[in-house]
Design a binder for this molecule. Structure first.
Ligand code: NAD
Length: 285
């Protein structure tokens, strides 16, 4: 039976630390950190994510400014808002919730966010810094949250065979680089991978980030593997991950639940990135 990698509990611990650090800094008379969250349209899942992020900010003492724009907002109007937030010295981080409506080019929006406020870490400059393994940038929140979770449980990725299923820009790709930077041996699989099972069975650490419910079955997991489930799908009104949790947990050594695993860690990483942006802006070492 696997040990549960409890993203809620680890988040509680890290958020408490963030809260205390912010209290300590602001008690000396400095302004509070602030995150601008932009939501375009009324996608129900996005609304839930945005609310969770804003609530988490409030809990730790980060100001959250909320900009809710209608679905038919012109691209230029959104870009203008981002430019305004770029120039606002009171704003440390800018988060534009994805996905955006079809008529807006997300890449254009991402590239408009100033890299020093890009707390999602999606700007090509921050992605480049990650590949170059340079400090001073932002690592995308889900990969960063996963790394913090592994570290918390003492799971060292160095020298391990890691298979990542899903090569998306937000999770799979940056996670592969982050773990490579930490000396893991990485295999990245995707929809065109010929023999998925061959690669998953080889993994000491298996991460799935596809959004395909129950893609990862028990017979695809090596005995004693660490299993990280990033997927979020709704099946019959219930949130499920990519992993057949009930069966796979009998085989794995550690496993993340969905919900309560990677999700809260992603938000915790966002808080960390926002605090990092604030400290950079305030010149705090
Ligand atoms: P994406 O669409 O950018 O990437 C999906 C990847 O999965 C692609 O590389 C695709 O080739 C691969 N894929 C799809 N079907 C596959 C299959 N049958 N076999 C192998 N590979 C397959 O998606 P994304 O933005 O990376 O998100 C992936 C999932 O992670 C979604 O369910 C999303 O909701 C979830 N997510 C969760 C969090 C969190 O905090 N827990 C954060 C971000 C994304």
């Amino acid at each position: 039976m696997a040990t549960i990698l409890d993203g809620r509990e680890v988040s509680r611990i890290y958020r408490q630390k963030i809260k205390e650090e912010i209290q300590q800094i602001t008690s000396k008379g400095r302004r509070k950190p602030s995150l601008a969250v932009v939501l375009v349209g009324n996608d129900p899942a996005s609304q839930v994510y945005v609310n969770n992020k804003r609530k988490a900010c409030q809990q730790v003492g980060i100001n959250s400014l909320f900009y809710h724009l209608p679905e038919d907002t012109e691209e230029e109007k959104l870009l203008n808002l981002v430019e305004e937030l770029n120039e606002n010295p009171e704003v440390d981080g800018i988060l534009v919730q994805l996905p955006l409506p079809k008529h807006i080019n997300p890449q254009k929006v991402i590239e408009t966010i100033r890299p020093d406020k890009d707390v999602d870490g999606f700007h090509p400059e921050n992605m480049g810094r990650l590949i170059a393994n340079l400090d001073g940038g932002f690592i995308p929140c889900t990969p960063l949250g996963i790394k913090i979770l592994l570290d918390h449980y003492g799971i060292d990725v160095k020298g391990k065979d890691v298979t990542i299923v899903g090569a998306g820009y937000i999770v799979g790709k940056p996670l592969s680089v982050l773990l490579l930077n930490n000396n893991a041996t990485i295999t990245v699989c995707h929809i065109y991978t010929k023999d998925l099972k061959k690669h998953t069975l080889n993994a000491d650490i298996l991460v799935s980030a596809t959004g395909v419910p129950h893609l990862i079955k028990e017979d695809m997991v090596k005995n004693g593997a660490v299993v990280i489930d990033v997927g979020i799908s709704k099946v019959n009104g219930k949130i499920v991950g990519d992993v057949d949790f009930e069966k796979v947990k009998e085989r794995a050594s550690y496993i993340t639940p969905v919900p309560g695993g990677v999700g809260p860690m992603t938000i915790t990483a966002l808080l960390m990135n926002t605090l990092k942006a604030y400290k950079m802006h305030e010149g705090i070492a």
